[in-house]
Write a protein that binds this ligand. Sequence first.
Ligand SMILES: Nc1ncnc2c1ncn2[C@@H]1O[C@H](COP(=O)(O)OP(=O)(O)O)[C@@H](O)[C@H]1O
Ligand SMILES: [Mg+2]
Length: 368
Amino acid sequence: MPNLAVEKLVISHFRSHRALEISCDPRPVAIYGANGVGKTNILEAVSLLSPGRGVRRATAAEMVRKPENLGWKIRAVVRLHDRICEIETWSESGSARQVRIDDKAVTQIALGKIVRVLWLIPAMDRLWTDAAEGRRRFLDRMTLSFDSDHAENILIYEKAMRERNRLLKDQVRDEHWYKVIESQMAKAAVKIRISREETLKLVDAAQERSETLFPSANLKLINAEDVEIPTNSQDLAELLSQYRKRDIMAGRTLVGPHRDDLYGVFSAKNIPAKDSSTGEQKALLISLILANCRALKKQTGITPLLLLDEVSAHLDAGRRSTLYDEICEVGAQAWLTGTGPELFDDLGNRAQQLLAVDEGGKTSVVFQ
Ligand SMILES: Nc1ncnc2c1ncn2[C@@H]1O[C@H](COP(=O)(O)OP(=O)(O)O)[C@@H](O)[C@H]1O
Ligand SMILES: [Mg+2]
């Protein structure tokens, strides 16, 4: 039995869905249906039960159902251990999204204390070869599952950095202004880095202990700026002040956790993940997500929600069946999508299967 599960999901005027209601049990949810019926949109709605912009990194305005343009709302009943809570998140005509938990207005950050969610979507197929930003986000999503303060630390850091960047652009040279901001940045930066490093250690350990068809990766936190980033905030603040001249020339902050990157090596072959085959790269991500699940369960007793968009179709039968076994063994409520029901045959009644159909703009979901 998962310790975290969505029991009910009600979506209105969100993307292609005018009105959709899904009641589910703690088992994985396998959603199948033709292209364009709104399967990924359902996963996107689930991803918004956690802080941030969701699987597509879209703005609230982009998620508003067109052509009505009314605004959208997602309501979910979520069970975490024995606690049942109601999460509501919505946007009025595309303005910033708001959140309510058990009828109380809260910030998005509060969602991270309840819903842990990890995802794999087709756009992440190029994660290992694309820019560092995507890998950093992937690492932060894993980190947030262990450390619910991580999102807030990043917000604090980024806000202070924006202020510092403004000073740099205006070529301000007043020592005092920088010092206050750099001290704030350094305090948050140290927490961010410690949390990221700790996450890598936990995930690494959880990979080592398991032998599966999914290959393991050696992971390392690296930084675009080739200097040792101090692990205490005074030294980091000092480093920022040393960088000031260079940063004024660049017009932005060059050193800090905003330039961290995740370096992965395919262990079995000792080949960097970016040079591995497309299939191997995807398998590495699956392996990391599963390791994250095991580590989180061990650490906190919580199994995160998994959103695996179109993952099943790209695995051979053996790996697909291993993936399902692993999901069921760790006991996570995974939300899986695919075009046909045969992709989920191996799950059998270990999952609830949903057929998504689009009835002229009113997408409906049929339980099998
Ligand atoms: N804001 C929006 N309003 C209305 N429809 C949208 C919006 N955004 C995306 N769509 C529609 O949603 C559909 C895609 O849904 P998606 O969940 O990606 O389908 P799939 O089932 O293939 O995963 C497309 O038909 C797209 O036009
Ligand atoms: Mg899709």
